[in-house]
Write a protein that binds this ligand. Structure first.
Ligand code: CA
Length: 224
């Protein structure tokens, strides 16, 4: 199960992420509402753990936006003590459950598990960015309906980029997620693979989806 944790307090986000990971969940974390909406646009999550108090766009606004897009991913709201009105408002806006802070990690894990089961079986295994699709069950990649042959490593790179669609993927992060390196081998490995991938998914197609962010890394997204 894949869980998105949206929480601006880094320490809390980190505790929650570790607790869920140790229970076998795949976890992505965002620290503000706009990043959360971007992540949810491209990646199918099984559950979202959403803090109400966020800088800028708050949790309730993220929730409303999500439901407006007809995205029914189960949402567990986190609320600080005293935010009773927000809690009620959250449930009205389409939250599936809420947990007041401070909470026990075991309780959070149990609630997330329950929500994941509820959402369960109708989740699409297909990642999509514009007309590029990647079926994470059959590992079939297509663009504009045409099959794209990928090596195992290219597949992992594309899956990572698509799951992170709309967000900046730094070289170190790519090395960690796709090659399991926790060090920089000091080669242009990532750039070489990005180039190969680009030839496969972008060269013959418009618009170009795989973009270079100079000096920082790469991002896969549909140009605005
Ligand atoms: Ca917060």
């Amino acid at each position: 199960m894949r869980v998105l944790v949206v929480e601006d307090e880094r320490k809390t986000a980190s505790f929650v992420r570790k607790a869920l990971q140790s229970e076998g969940f795949a976890v992505d974390a965002c620290h503000n509402g706009n990043d959360a909406l971007a992540a949810l646009r491209y990646t199918p999550f099984d559950v979202v753990v959403l803090d109400i108090m966020l800088p800028g766009r708050d949790g309730l606004s993220v929730l409303r936006q999500l439901r407006e897009r007809k995205n029914a991913t189960p949402v567990l709201l986190l609320s600080a003590r005293g935010e009773v009105n927000e809690r009620v408002e959250g449930l009205n806006a389409g939250a599936d459950d809420y947990l007041p802070k401070p909470f026990e990690l075991a309780e959070l894990v149990a609630r997330v598990r329950a929500l994941g089961r509820r959402g369960g079986d109708n989740k699409s295994p297909v990642l999509r960015v514009a007309d590029l699709t990647l079926d994470t069950v059959t590992r079939r990649a297509q663009r504009g309906g045409a099959d794209i042959e990928l090596t195992t490593r290219e597949y992992r790179l594309l899956e990572y980029l698509m799951r992170s669609a709309g967000r900046l993927c730094g070289r170190m992060m790519i090395l960690e997620k796709v090659w399991d390196y926790d060090f920089d081998p000091g080669t242009n490995l990532v750039d070489v693979y990005i180039k190969r991938l680009r030839e496969k998914i972008d060269a013959r197609f418009e618009p170009k989806l795989l973009q270079t962010v100079r000096g920082a890394g790469y991002t896969l997204k549909e140009p605005a």
